[in-house]
Write a protein that binds this ligand. Structure first.
Ligand SMILES: [Zn+2]
Length: 316
């Protein structure tokens, strides 16, 4: 009996391009099923959970046309644009209908708001039925970041996720402790080896970044045996991640660039009011590297301001 996903039997050699309707909403989410000729694991690749993170979306669209079912051992499922209504209404990564951040509401709720229904469907139909999961993200229109990857450290399949991370070509990775809200976090808690790759920023996308995302995915697929050939591993620095949210709304003036290392006590940025008066100065609470920061002039109370990493061996 072939495995069934989204109502389609994963019959060897089959390619499916279809949409799944999210019950109780107007949403029809595109998905591609690539069924290999030989038996093997099933990997899920998702993009566009944040709809204005374009590098991963384009990489996923291209992979869905470039991966050859004749070559696959096992199956690859691709969700190129999870938050479709956000994309089609050009939100900054919120679900259009309810203004919610899809990657904060997993596992969702079949009776909840649109984002919650969407998360429920994505988890129930796709995520919980796969053996491996790769989620592609970038910096949104207001976010600068350097490329890095996450996995959940304290999870049943953390060892396998760590092997996937080794195949990602970035300088840094984060062993996360966050078990709730996000798609890859939930998958990890459910024992599915999962990684999240961040590459690209400010809702921009380049050929180089798209190719780098595709190369990472292919390299992971070789590591887990779905694609033939040798994989490459990349030396990386492990970081513990810390985020400081903005204490107030106003205008944001960052002092550092992503990728900069800083010392404890250095100024990271300042929030001022609309008359140019200082409201708050952000200082580094420790030595670290800036991996992600707000890059828009506006900053929002309790919203992202700076995210930094501490070398894992230093953070004990
Ligand atoms: Zn994202």
């Amino acid at each position: 009996m072939d495995k069934i996903i989204a109502g389609h039997a994963l019959t060897p050699g089959k390619t499916v391009k279809d949409h799944i309707h999210v019950h109780g909403t107007e949403l029809h989410v595109p998905h591609v099923l690539l069924c290999g000729m030989e038996d093997g694991p099933t990997a899920l690749i998702s993009a566009g959970i944040h709809n204005a993170e374009y590098v991963g979306i384009q990489a996923a669209i291209e992979l869905s046309n470039e991966l050859d079912v004749q070559e696959l051992r096992g199956n690859v499922i691709i969700l190129p644009l999870a938050n479709r209504s956000g994309f089609e209404n050009r939100t900054m990564s919120m679900v259009w209908e309810d203004g919610k951040n899809l990657n904060r509401v997993f596992p969702g709720d079949a009776e909840g708001s649109t984002a919650e229904k969407l998360a429920h469907t994505l988890f129930d139909v796709f995520i919980r039925n796969v053996d491996y999961y790769i989620d592609l993200h970038s910096g949104d229109g207001f976010e600068e970041l350097i490329p890095y990857a996450y996995y959940l450290g304290d999870a049943p399949a953390a060892g396998k996720a760590r092997e996937m991370i080794e195949c990602v070509n970035t300088k840094y990775f984060v062993r996360s402790k966050c078990r709730t809200g996000g798609a890859y976090n939930l998958a990890s808690v459910h024992g599915i080896p999962s990684v999240l790759i961040e590459r690209g920023q400010l809702s921009l996308f380049s050929r180089e970044e798209i190719e780098a995302d595709k190369a990472d995915v292919r390299n992971i697929l070789r590591r887990i045996g779905i694609l033939p050939g040798d994989y490459t591993t990349y030396e990386k620095t492990e970081l513990a991640e810390f985020s400081d949210d903005a204490p107030c709304t106003g205008c944001w003036y960052p002092e550092k660039q992503v990728g900069d290392w800083f010392r404890k006590g250095e100024k990271l940025g300042e929030i001022r009011d609309y008359f140019g008066r200082s409201l708050f100065t952000a200082f580094a609470p420790c030595d670290g590297v800036l991996i992600h920061q707000c890059a828009s002039l506006n900053i929002i109370e309790k919203g992202p301001m700076v995210t930094y990493g501490i070398r894992q061996n230093d953070s004990e």
